[in-house]
Design a protein around this ligand. Structure first.
Ligand SMILES: *Cc1c(COP(=O)(O)O)cnc(C)c1O
Length: 227
């Protein structure tokens, strides 16, 4: 039987192989995406050494945080954000990857004001330029980042993207390349960034090749999500 622990070890070693194959020298962290998984599954991954978990739905995450409050987990919010959820997200998470508009950044900043440490954030970019998708359009990225970088209770760490899914890895590679290009442009402008949050269960090796520093992996670790 394949346990979460076995799969965790397998993923960590394939992250290393992907780095070697691509001669990539960045640090790559595994974010375990635990949406729709029971608290017991998170506990199992934690016992195997995993410390960073990503959740998409606020209420579900808060319930699991209560059940797991004895563990030293670093919680990342990675789902779409409605503005009436920013208060709780800012108070109950260490990281937010899905900051996709200024209003959300401003509200997260204000809600974090009483916390001793800034909220670690990534700006989500809409690389496929689909109107229906979340994320800042590439054309608006510089202006958005300029404003977010000034917010005192947020620490801007980098960029996150969820490219349109494709079974063709060369299409994924091209999309990740574009994200990397945006990231490099911001570095060239002098922003102190260290995080490129790209890559999921089916394409993380390609994301690592293109410079991912955080890969967000759910089903490859926990198995198919329960309905
Ligand atoms: C669900 C989800 C993932 C993980 O997807 P898998 O294909 O199960 O690895 C990663 N990032 C985001 C934003 C997600 O919503």
């Amino acid at each position: 039987m394949t346990s979460i622990s076995n799969r965790l070890q397998a993923i960590l070693s394939s992250i290393e192989s992907a780095k070697q194959l691509a001669h990539a020298d960045q640090t790559v962290q595994l974010l375990a995406v635990s949406k729709a998984q029971a608290a017991a599954a998170i506990r199992e991954a934690y016992a195997a050494g995993q410390r960073q978990f990503g959740e998409n739905y606020l209420q579900e995450a808060l319930d699991k945080q209560t059940q797991l409050s004895d563990l030293a987990i670093l919680w990342h919010f990675i789902g779409p954000i409605q503005s009436n959820k920013t208060q709780l997200i800012a108070q109950h998470f260490d990281w937010v990857h899905s900051v996709d508009r200024l209003k959300i950044a401003q509200r997260l900043n204000d809600a974090r004001a009483n916390n001793s440490s800034p909220l670690q954030v990534c700006v989500q970019i809409n690389i496929s330029n689909e109107a229906s998708k979340n994320g800042v359009l590439v054309a608006d990225l510089q202006a958005t980042v300029a404003t977010i970088a000034k917010l005192p209770h947020l620490q801007l760490r980098g960029l996150m993207a969820i490219p349109a899914p494709s079974l063709d890895l060369s299409v994924q590679r091209q999309q990740f390349k574009q994200v990397r290009q945006c990231y490099d442009n911001l570095l060239a402008l002098g922003y102190q960034l260290d995080t490129l949050s790209i890559g999921m269960s089916d394409d993380y090796a390609v994301a690592i090749e293109q410079g991912a520093t955080i890969v967000r992996i759910g089903s490859a670790l926990f198995g198919a999500r329960p309905q």
